[in-house]
Design a protein around this ligand. Structure first.
Ligand code: NAD
Length: 296
């Protein structure tokens, strides 16, 4: 069995790494937060002091970090992964970052003989715990079988979508669709409530029809309970939309809905809601229309 270096043990990384330990893999874990490493060490993983040490101890290096700068720091920075790798190793970044950053990191690692994949996920903390995440993977098809079984331990589905960077592009598409979906749920429920119809009854009436979605199932009940414990935080979704807007500008692609969603995220951040679940987009509409979607 391959030895795995796992870097980034946050809300997502911790349960994902735990599932790999349970599946019998030897894990070398690193996070700048000691408590996160202690939790994995208690399950049988070995805590190491930096990215270099994680790379030196393993055959495959996995990262699950917030954004492009964190991945670049952990891989390219001082005592980073790049200092510890050797020819024939594999690197899989499961974080959601900018496609161009994924390509940059992969090029630096390729110079040392390391094959890289970008493999962001969709599914959230519950699916990370259950080992049923959806992986969208970019990288060389001829080497995919070397890392696929590892991803499958954490996954409900693993789909190779193209060369390096393609996984991140797919994730941006996913995040645009999810943000728009949540926002329109809040917007429409606000109208329903203003018109005097109970939003929870609207939800029950429409959840079996064409408006059905996983977003509706997960986020509408949170709006009715006023419960925005993350989940997926607004600050992370803002980061994804920023990466989508940066990519769209590089490609001269008009994405007017995404631009609007970014403005809503900014207003929520200004109100101190950036640590809440992205279902908290409801708070934007509640403030705008002076009402509450919480059950009366
Ligand atoms: P998180 O903030 O909970 O965890 C990030 C972890 O990385 C933290 O433990 C932090 O200490 C560590 N870290 C940050 N910089 C570091 C560094 N330089 N060196 C070492 N450790 C460092 O984030 P998360 O919710 O686990 O998300 C991780 C990634 O997965 C993000 O890109 C996010 O967009 C994506 N994602 C999250 C969800 C979700 O529901 N939370 C769902 C799908 C995808």
């Amino acid at each position: 069995m391959q030895r795995i270096g796992f870097i980034g043990l946050g809300l997502m990384g911790e349960p994902m790494a735990a599932n790999l330990v349970k599946a019998g893999y030897e894990l070398y874990v690193y996070d700048r937060n000691q408590e996160q490493m202690d939790a994995l060490a208690a399950l049988g993983a070995t805590a190491v002091e930096n990215g270099r040490a994680a790379a030196e101890a393993s055959d495959v290096i996995l990262t699950m970090l917030p954004n492009s700068p964190h991945v670049k720091e952990v891989v390219l920075g001082e005592s980073g992964v790049l200092e510890g790798v050797k020819d024939g190793q594999f690197f899989v970044d499961m974080s959601s970052i900018a496609p161009l950053a994924a390509q940059e990191v992969s090029e630096a690692l390729a110079a040392k003989g390391v094959v890289s994949f970008d493999a962001p996920v969709s599914g959230g903390v519950e699916k990370a715990k259950a080992g049923t995440l959806a992986f969208m993977v970019g990288g060389p098809e001829e080497h995919f079988d070397a890392v696929k079984p590892i991803l499958e331990v954490m996954a409900g589905s693993v789909t190779l979508v193209g060369p390096i960077g393609a996984g991140q592009t797919t994730k941006l598409v996913n995040q645009m669709i999810v943000a728009a979906n949540i926002a329109v749920i809040a917007e429409a429920m606000t109208l329903g409530k203003k018109a005097g119809v109970d939003p929870e009854r609207i939800f029950k009436a429409i959840r079996g029809g064409l408006a059905a979605s996983q977003c509706l199932e997960d986020k509408a009940p949170r709006m009715f309970a006023g419960n925005f414990e993350p989940g997926f935080r607004i600050d992370l979704h803002t980061k994804d939309l920023a990466n989508a807007l940066e990519t769209s500008r590089n490609l001269h692609t008009a994405v007017p809905l995404t631009a609007q969603l970014m403005e809503m995220m900014q207003a929520l951040t200004n109100d101190g809601h950036d640590g809440l679940d992205h279902g908290g987009l409801a708070l934007f509409y509640e403030k705008l229309n002076s009402l509450s979607l919480v059950n009366d």
